[in-house]
Design a protein around this ligand. Structure first.
Ligand SMILES: [Zn+2]
Ligand SMILES: [Zn+2]
Length: 251
């Protein structure tokens, strides 16, 4: 099978993310992605993937390929974009993330600190027809207790791809929180958002551009082209290693 070109936006938030607009429902995102000429999208909500099932159905209706994903916050407050082959793998990652988030609510005796209050805004769980199913009451924008090195390893152990989110940004990035990118951290790629004035070095690692969209109009505004044999995470992982004619087209 020969390689062909795919246009991808691998970092989009749905209305489940506390900071995203409420009209970021899976169906609207997929319709917008299709209009924007995207072939592959990843919905990556903060510390949760509860809208992914709806996103998968909406994506197949819109003719777009979905990569199941999550943007996980490490204990150092570094955002990591975790991409998975299957929804099942993403849900298994979500189990560990929820265990960590839930420990915030428990006192020394393991009792709940109080009733979980509804979130102050957003965190909406919807179906593929934009109907509201409920609200997440977990602190989704908070840091988990998972250390960065353990997080990258956990993503890899589920067959996932770990990308340093907005690695050149001045907040919630590996460079803003640690000051540098430790050589022993095995990121598969760095997402570059261009928000820093000074030049940013990829240090020989593959780069990605994604929109990190929180609003419909930003979807596909930044994107990465890929030469792949088919639209799958396996192929994207091979492209990040420039294997056998595949590649990520990053400029
Ligand atoms: Zn982020
Ligand atoms: Zn994000």
């Amino acid at each position: 099978m020969a390689v062909r070109f795919f246009s991808a936006d691998l970092h989009i938030h749905s209305c489940l993310s506390p900071c995203a607009e409420l009209d970021m429902t899976p169906w609207r995102i997929m319709r917008k992605a299709s209009e924007a000429g995207l072939d592959i999208v990843a919905i990556a909500d903060h510390n949760s993937c509860e809208n992914l099932e709806a996103a998968a159905r909406a994506a197949s209706k819109a003719g777009v390929s979905l990569v199941p994903a999550m943007e996980i916050t490490s204990s150092e407050e570094v955002h990591v974009l975790a991409l998975f082959e299957t929804l099942e793998a993403a849900l298994r990652m979500q189990e560990s993330v929820y265990r960590e988030l839930d420990s915030f609510y428990r006192g020394p005796q393991g009792r709940e600190k109080g009733d979980r209050q509804p979130p102050p805004f957003g965190q909406v769980i919807v179906n593929e027809d934009d109907e509201v199913l409920g609200f997440s009451r977990r602190p989704l924008s908070g840091a988990t207790g998972i250390r960065l090195s353990g997080l990258v390893a956990a993503i890899h152990s589920l067959g996932g791809v770990a990308i340093a989110s907005h690695a050149d940004r001045g907040s919630f990035s590996v460079t803003s929180q640690l000051g540098f990118i430790p050589a022993d951290l095995e990121f598969d790629a760095l997402e570059v958002c261009g928000q820093r004035q000074k030049p940013f070095s990829l240090q020989g690692q593959p780069g990605l551009r994604c929109s990190d969209a929180h609003r419909l109009e930003d979807i596909g505004g930044k994107r990465t082209g890929f030469l792949l044999k088919e639209a799958s995470l396996k192929e994207i992982a091979l492209a990040l290693k420039a294997a056998d004619g595949r590649k990520a087209v990053f400029d």
